[in-house]
Design a protein around this ligand. Structure first.
Ligand code: DQA
Length: 147
């Protein structure tokens, strides 16, 4: 089982950026948490972060044929990027959307998500734990195949 975790722009600034919203833990802490959780679950994981939309699209394309599931926090691109949605549709790899903050309780533009249309589930407002929850979803069979 191979999972790719993708984090979008400014998530490398965790711990520094708006701590009231995103908390005081750093991006390195997040990577450690994800890697530790995956080790526990015997999952092979790659954690990727980029501030660039095109690089995220390329990373999704490169996952074709070698990745079983994608956990994606597109950050600000959530609210703007048809290109990231199209890349997910193109590779057709199972995916779960994560947001650290509860985007539904913030500015109205943050309640728009393009990737939501493709992702099996959206987890928002659970802090860093949202990533482990997303991994658990990908470790379970797809919803329609569950008995
Ligand atoms: C975010 C929410 C987005 O609205 C914002 O642009 C981010 C982070 C979150 O994890 O809560 O950068 O995706």
């Amino acid at each position: 089982m191979k999972i790719l975790v993708i984090n979008g722009p400014n998530l490398n600034m965790l711990g520094i950026r708006e701590p009231d919203i995103y908390g005081k833990n750093t991006y390195a802490d997040l990577v450690k948490l994800i890697e530790g959780y995956c080790r526990e679950k015997n999952v092979d994981v790659e954690v990727y972060q980029s501030n660039s939309e095109g690089d995220i699209v390329t990373k999704i394309q490169q996952a074709l044929g070698n990745t079983d599931g994608i956990v994606i926090n597109p950050a600000a691109y959530t609210h703007t990027s048809v290109a990231i949605l199209d890349a997910l549709k193109a590779v057709a790899i199972r995916a779960v959307e994560v947001h650290i903050s509860d985007v539904s309780r913030r500015e109205s533009f943050r309640s728009i998500s393009y990737v939501r249309e493709y992702c099996e589930k959206t987890i928002a407002g659970h802090g860093f734990n949202g990533y482990s929850e997303a991994i658990d979803i990908l470790l379970a069979p797809p919803a329609e195949k569950r008995v």
